[in-house]
Design a protein around this ligand. Sequence first.
Ligand code: TRP
Length: 460
Amino acid sequence: MTQPRAQFSSSFGFLMVASGSAIGLGNIWGFPTQAANNGGGAFVLAYLVLAFLLAYPALMAELIIGRHSNTNIVSALGQLSPSPMTKRLGTGLGFVGVITASLILSFYAIVAGWMLAKCLQPLAALLGADTAAQWLSRDGIGRDLSLCLAFSVWTCWIVAQGINKGIESWARKLMPALLLILLALIAYVFTQTGSTAGLRVYLVPDFSRLSDPALLLGAMGQSFFSLSLGVGTMLIYGSYLGKTLAREQSPHKAYRDKLPRLGAIVTLMDSGFAFLAGLLIVPALYVAQAQGLEIFAADGKLMAGPSIVMQVLPNLFATMGTAGQWVSLSFFALLTIAAITSSISMLEVPVSVVTERTGLKRPRAALIISSLIFAMSAFIVFNFDQMFDAVIALSTRYSEPFMGLVLCLFAGWILHRDKKLMQLRDAQGLTQSWFWRIWPFYARFLCPLFIVLMFVQSLR
Ligand code: TRP
């Protein structure tokens, strides 16, 4: 605890790490089919607008609390609360965030294990290890558990190495690779018959669909999940950025706060990546249709989520011969990379709380917490039908929006009143910038209102 707190080495490092958290399985298998099914280009536009008008201010709330308090979600909410009674409440709410992050990781690691299996399978086939390839291709509890374990060990190992050598260094390498693989796959899919039909479905706008408020609120929920909000991930990343920003600021120029711009870039990269993923997934589905594969679900809409990633696209790759094995390898490498940079950010939430509050060393904390979360994953795998959807709903539909609301209220009402912060800001001339004039209104009123609306809507 006496050691100085780790900091990101530069704002570029922060951008890779934060966009690594945001860009995940949600971007690749959530957004594209939702857009194609709900008005194409019109949905894409609405999504972009909502991401900036509502999710971005909520992201800023977390980054600001993190930078200001310079600690994890539990200690931050405890410290910010003004009286002993509310301190206990704040600490308790912080723990709700920690448990939510852990629950999200427990199901995310199962799905990531599937991605890893699908990624290793063509690799084994290309290397001639047929028995291994067959084992990887067969669904079963043994395979699911082994790969979930492999993925969890990988996640734990990165987080155990710390902020700079672990999380930042991996994100700096993996995020550019992720973009390259995605662009290469898009280019390949566009050489295939049927892709332009998919492009049309994805992009031609049908504005009539936008009059449905449920759809807009759905888009809003998707953008909250996609920006990893409500569990303290962005908060802890913001806390590793304070000194970095102070160091980078030029002594000659008047102080211009960089944080709002960094948050905007993360939001832009996240929605930009979701948009690009749509250029891959929807055309690929129509290529599959041109090959005679079924791409519509029983309700007449495009298939979504697991069924396209686990069935339709693998079947499509199988029709492509040897090229198909490379395409399949790249596609599942894409998903695996997207998943690992998100899962390390989830694990960092409990690990930072335990190391900062108990003084336990990071590697040991990472190992203990990863083991507990893996035990939860195993429990879900053994009780898949009862547990899988329930854990997803509990953590992402209820807990994440609720904590998003809490964090906006803390940042808007409590932190904003904080004298130290006000003095700091005024001394730096920050109150004059348009961001600081508009954002408090958002954090206090608009974001909470919309989160409540979204919540009520999801209960109906
Ligand atoms: N944003 C990630 C994705 O799009 C997943 C995610 C949701 C997440 N909530 C999170 C990641 C909280 C870290 C922390 O797949």
